[in-house]
Ligand binder design. Structure first.
Ligand code: PMP
Length: 400
């Protein structure tokens, strides 16, 4: 057995081996999964815009007008007008002076965190929430700065950490809506701490953009925080905006700095024109029709209530991400499989994506789900949990 095969066998034994499932057609609220029709309850296409007619047409039109690919980094072969247009629209959507596109949210977070740490020199301390997304964790690793991980959403602990390093340059970095827990960072308090200690602040709005706040402008807007108080707002185009790519919304100087120093932007091909056009069309829809975000919220509430009625302990805040914490990885997988048999696809999320012992089904509501579908999904999940030997209300496996 090769080392690779051994490692895969180890993952299998631990219930942690991943396999991709085959989906036919677009990522709508209902899909055909490995040949079986199911309700899709784990996509980040929260507003259903990936398959919206106007978004598809915009992508198709851009493919004909600008071609399929961007050809090179924008610093090498020049920027296309459509990339500029999207940056301007994103800046005005987020209330910042400027925005810079990146190839993906993963690239944006690694790029922004490492570039900012370089600006303030080797003495920089990066303060990172314990449940930040992997791309932020990897950005901290790339930053070659000291990283201090503070307890999840705990501003007392963050203050204590900041006090340990007063006088040193610093960057606080946090998700706004946490990807696996669906709770929201205490943004107003974090902004106040960044100001008090004179450190920079980066907020990842991957799951806030399009989903919460006035006109879906995100969790920063929802918290009433001045966008200028956040040094960089990262957002992805791949979730609520139904496309692919990402952005950093910030001051004009910061945008210029990132364009000159973020290696993930400099040394990587610009996002493809069809994706850029799709994001532009999606942004128009989100701004034109604020009911996208309100329907998403209403659907999240419907599913939370239905799950609670089925006896589940529903963690998290009121966002579209609802974690059903199971604990054991194999048990989470078993529930996931049984739910698929019942017609609901809710992916099991296991370490290293979530901490050891907190495997879960991560439910992601879409604005395009119907209330009846969500109530039925809660019942299917409850049946799957019981069949797998997991008693939802207590969180304890049923005794044999
Ligand atoms: N940040 C967060 C909080 C995320 O959840 C994700 C994707 N799951 C990313 C960044 C990465 O974004 P992208 O998928 O565009 O690379």
């Amino acid at each position: 057995m090769s080392d690779l095969e051994q490692r895969l066998a180890d993952l299998e034994d631990q219930g942690l081996r991943r396999r991709m499932r085959l989906v036919s057609g677009p990522q709508g609220s209902r899909v055909v999964l490995d040949g079986r029709p199911v309700l899709l309850l784990c996509s980040n296409n929260y507003l259903g815009l990936a398959e919206h007619q106007r978004v598809r047409e915009a992508a198709a039109d851009a493919a004909m007008r600008y071609g399929a690919g961007a050809g090179a980094s924008r610093l090498v072969s020049g920027t296309m007008s459509i990339h500029r247009r999207l940056e301007q629209r994103l800046a005005s959507f987020k209330g910042t002076e400027a925005a810079v596109l990146f190839g993906s949210g993963y690239l944006a977070n690694t790029g922004v965190v490492s570039a900012l740490a370089t600006a303030s020199g080797p003495d920089t301390v990066v303060y990172s929430d314990a449940l930040n997304h992997a791309s932020i964790v990897d950005g901290c690793r790339l930053a070659r700065a000291q990283t201090v991980v503070y307890d999840h959403c705990d501003t007392d602990h963050l203050r204590w950490c900041l006090e340990q390093h007063t006088g040193r340059p610093g960057i606080i970095v946090t998700d706004s809506v946490f990807s696996m827990d669906g709770d929201v960072a205490p943004l107003a308090d974090i902004v106040a701490l960044a100001r008090e200690f004179g450190v920079r602040l980066v907020v990842d709005e991957a799951h806030g953009t399009g989903c919460c706040g006035p006109e879906g402008r995100g969790a920063i807007a929802d918290a009433g925080v001045d966008p200028a108080a956040v040094d960089v707002i990262v957002g992805t185009l791949g979730k609520a905006l139904g496309s692919y790519g990402a952005f950093a919304a910030c001051s004009a100087t910061m945008a210029d700095y990132l364009t000159n120093t973020a290696r993930q932007l400099i040394f990587s091909t610009a996002p493809p024109p069809p994706s850029v056009a799709a994001a532009l069309a999606a942004l128009d829809l989100v701004i034109e029709d604020p009911s996208y975000a309100t329907r998403l919220q209403a659907n999240a509430n419907t599913l939370r209530d239905a799950l609670a009625r089925e006896g589940f302990e529903v963690a998290g805040a009121s966002t579209q991400i609802i974690p059903l914490i199971v604990g054991d990885a194999a048990l989470a997988m078993r529930i996931c499989e049984l739910a698929i048999e019942g017609g609901v696809f809710a992916q099991a999320i296991r370490p290293p994506t979530v901490p050891e012992g907190t495997s879960r089904l991560r439910l992601a509501v879409m604005a395009s789900h119907t209330k009846a579908e969500l109530r039925e999904a809660a019942a299917v999940l409850a049946r799957a949990a019981m069949q797998a030997g997991f008693r939802p209300a207590s969180g304890l496996p049923v005794a044999a």
